[in-house]
Ligand binder design. Structure first.
Ligand SMILES: O=C(O)CCC(=O)C(=O)O
Ligand SMILES: [Fe+2]
Length: 280
């Protein structure tokens, strides 16, 4: 019996009682609908091989390799390992790996002409404490903006690049660090739900186009303050076997980055783009 339940106010939904490896089209449809409604979909208790994880992920769109080559699975370029190789040869903790995704609220792939539609994680090892992932709604962020700010942002483009103003590119190979900045509307209409969201990422934005630098800086500071709406958050506490997929077109997320470093916290991750959904 498939059970769908809300996890947080405005964001987060869980589907229980399914085995994602045996879903047919009719079985998958309510999951996709729940995901569009909830922005973050949790499916617990799954036992998957990489091929099964990839096959299920392709139901949401096109699975593409992430630009960080050093953290790819050696045999499956579409799979990123999270939390693997976090100690350097000298025994020190590699903070770029340990704190991946924990530097602040963000949306994945804003540096790309076509950002990732979705990111999906499968939990292989979970620490005894900490290591949660936080989520928040871009719709709620937009809805809560004061009308004067909505007006000022209407039609404005943000300029984004990998690593943003901090030039945080440690996870990229040297030869892959030169990104051409891209532009996205700061208020963005979701292509499927048609709802408006605040499309913003303080760690990747360089400037807001069409205003002078000081105004752009002030706007970025103000949006950084306003992007998270306290009543539209969900915090995921991981269990081994959880699959969690989030919609990068309407949600922000960040890793808590606070688990005991000597413990394992390991996920397979896929990055998913818009495109034909492959229903096997
Ligand atoms: O490890 C996590 O909780 C999330 C990391 C992250 O930001 C990502 O995978 O895009
Ligand atoms: Fe992320």
């Amino acid at each position: 019996m498939v059970e769908v339940r809300r996890l947080g106010p405005q964001i987060g939904v869980e589907v229980r009682g399914v085995d994602v490896t045996t879903l047919d089209d009719a079985g998958f449809a309510p999951l996709y609908r729940a995901w569009l409604d909830g922005n973050v979909l949790v499916v617990p208790d799954q036992e998957l091989t990489i091929d099964e994880f990839l096959r299920y992920s392709r139901r949401f769109g096109i699975v593409v390799p992430h630009p960080s080559k050093s953290t790819r699975h050696p045999d499956y370029p579409e799979i990123t390992f999270l939390g693997v190789n976090k100690f350097k040869a000298d025994g020190s903790l590699d903070m770029a790996i340990y704190r991946r995704g924990a530097e602040g609220w963000h949306t994945d792939g804003a540096y790309d002409e076509e950002p990732f539609k979705a990111t999906q994680l499968y939990a292989l090892a979970v620490p005894s404490t900490g290591g949660d992932t936080h989520f928040a709604s871009m719709y709620a962020a937009y809805d809560a903006l004061p009308p004067r700010l909505k007006e000022r942002l209407d039609g404005r483009l943000g300029v984004f690049t990998y690593g943003g103003r901090r030039k945080a590119t440690q996870l990229l190979n040297e030869e892959d660090r030169n990104w051409t900045p891209v532009r996205h509307p700061i208020t963005r209409t979701h292509p499927e739900t048609k709802r408006k969201g605040l499309y913003f990422d303080p760690g990747k934005i360089l400037r807001i186009e069409g205003v002078d630098e000081s105004e752009s800086d002030a706007l970025i500071d103000e949006l950084t303050e306003r992007m998270i709406h306290p009543d539209a958050q969900y915090r995921h506490k991981w269990r081994k076997g959880d699959i969690v997929i989030w919609d990068n077109r309407c949600s922000y997320h960040k890793a808590a980055g606070d688990y005991p470093p000597e413990e394992d916290r390991i996920h397979w991750r896929v990055s998913i783009k818009e495109g034909e959904r492959n229903i096997p």
